[in-house]
Design a protein around this ligand. Structure first.
Ligand SMILES: Cc1cc2nc3c(=O)[nH]c(=O)nc-3n(C[C@H](O)[C@H](O)[C@H](O)COP(=O)(O)OP(=O)(O)OC[C@H]3O[C@@H](n4cnc5c(N)ncnc54)[C@H](O)[C@@H]3O)c2cc1C
Ligand code: HEM
Length: 384
């Protein structure tokens, strides 16, 4: 794209930025006006989606006009297209979106909608919709797969373990990845959950869920999910893995243990695992309920060392009665898991995997960087 073509995309970005939600409302009204059936694909409340949609569109308009970075933009759009399959978006819907966008842009540009600007904008929108459509059309496997809840037990009022069974060939993920999940209590709402077990031929998957205060889906899983519920899964994501040959540091906060637990269980089936130290942190000692499983794993796998970390020394009343974490004979320390891990020893030769709530990941990363660990040695999933 030449420099002379850039200004019209810049003008559009400025016009959208002047009233992002107004632009998105008008665009979606136009889309639903031409094809009312498309409204059913979307949830009733669309404010959050409109906000994200405009952010992505701005990113695309900026990226297409830029000198470089086109490869990342194409990969980003391709992933977005693959992710859209779970919403029931079909190939021809992208043409409808293209038409709606072009009509909306023509209205916004008024007299500036010349043959030249039409060509530039059309090229950009063709690229955006075309890459999404192409990636969706060529993606492997069905858009979604299903698994039935076979067991659920609550750990305490905030935490539950849910076991599901998928058709053995349906489940698509590798240990350490996370999945897009929709539960029957909240149709059309998708959240990410990390399997706590590696894939197996029986299609069994275990999830550990923490109900956030006010959390719609996490609260519903902990309180309402029951055996027989059918969960729907979309794409798998995530790049966390252990590279052979280099010692490992893992730091987990609460339910963030899940992807690291799946990786450890997967490693336990292999030979030549590198020395690995896991710090598993929770707020209260009584929430360290996974120490029993980790102790068994460490006992049979000498390359694994586990330290439990609780921020407090006493449990609040609503946890009291849970198992004493000291019974497993593993080392227990107190403090923030990031502080404890970073101060423990020199980790500069380690590959580091972090998993947990955003505040825990930020804090741990910060402490490890201060303690001399290179940023490039640290990996974690996206935080939301
Ligand atoms: C890669 C990845 C993997 C995940 N794996 C798991 C998992 O295995 N188990 C699990 O329980 N959860 C996991 N989550 C979190 C999960 O996807 C949801 O974000 C979380 O359950 C909140 O959804 P909700 O509908 O209950 O809350 P919402 O109703 O969407 O939000 C309720 C409130 O919680 C706040 N909030 C939303 N997300 C977070 C968050 N992550 N931390 C702190 N506050 C937040 C919101 O701002 C809001 O105030 C994972 C998230 C990511 C990004
Ligand atoms: C062509 C450019 C498009 C862009 C840039 C885009 C962008 C987005 C973004 C950023 C989201 C937020 C969630 C996510 O990341 O998956 C989203 C959700 C969604 N999109 Fe698109 N989209 C496009 C086309 C379409 C089309 C053609 C349809 C169908 C008509 C569609 C239907 C949906 C639906 C149903 C959701 C889910 C809404 C929700 O559950 O909140 N999108 N889109």
């Amino acid at each position: 794209m030449t420099h002379s073509q850039q200004p019209v995309l810049t003008v559009l970005r400025e016009k959208i930025a002047a009233d992002p939600d107004g632009f998105a409302v008008s665009l979606f009204n136009r889309l639903f006006g031409t094809t009312p059936a498309l409204r059913d694909l979307f949830p009733v409340e669309m404010r959050g989606l409109r906000h994200t949609f405009v952010q992505v569109l701005d990113h695309v308009l900026e990226g297409i006009g830029a000198e470089d970075g086109h490869e990342e933009l194409i990969e980003f759009l391709a992933q977005l297209g693959r992710d859209h399959r779970k919403y029931g978006v079909q190939s021809d819907h992208y043409w409808l979106m293209y038409d709606a966008l072009m009509t909306e842009f023509a209205r916004m540009l008024g007299e500036r909608w010349t043959v030249q600007s039409h060509e530039t904008v059309s090229h950009a929108m063709m690229l955006m919709t075309g890459v999404m459509r192409g990636a969706a059309d060529s993606a492997d496997g069905p858009a979604v797969w299903h698994a039935r809840v076979v067991q659920k037990f609550t750990i305490n009022r905030e935490r539950a373990v849910v076991r599901v069974v998928a058709d053995g060939t349906a489940a698509r993920f590798t240990a350490g990845q996370y999945l897009e999940v929709q539960i029957p209590q909240w149709p059309q709402h998708w959240r990410n959950l990390s399997p706590a077990t590696p894939p197996n031929a029986q299609g069994e998957i275990e999830f550990h869920v923490h109900a956030l205060p006010g959390g719609q889906i996490s609260g519903s899983i902990v309180r309402e999910t029951q055996p027989g519920d059918v969960w729907t899964f979309g794409q798998q994501h995530g790049l966390m893995q252990v590279v052979p040959g280099k010692p490992v540091l893992m730091v987990a906060g609460g339910s963030g243990l899940s992807p690291l637990r799946a990786i450890l269980l997967d490693m336990a089936q292999r030979t030549d695992c590198p020395p690995t130290h896991l710090f598993y942190g929770t707020r209260h000692p009584g929430e360290l309920y996974e120490l029993g499983v980790l102790q068994q794993l460490a006992r049979t796998n000498p390359w694994l060392r586990v330290t439990g970390v609780a921020e407090t020394t006493e449990d609040p009343w609503w946890i009291q009665g849970s198992a004493d974490p000291h019974q497993w004979g593993l080392e227990i320390r107190h403090g923030r898991v990031g502080d404890v891990a970073a101060a423990y020893q020199d980790w500069s030769d380690r590959q580091v995997l972090l998993s947990g709530p955003p505040s825990m990941v930020f804090h741990t990363q910060w402490e490890l960087r201060k303690a001399g660990v290179d940023a490039e040695n640290i990996s974690h999933d996206p935080l939301n």
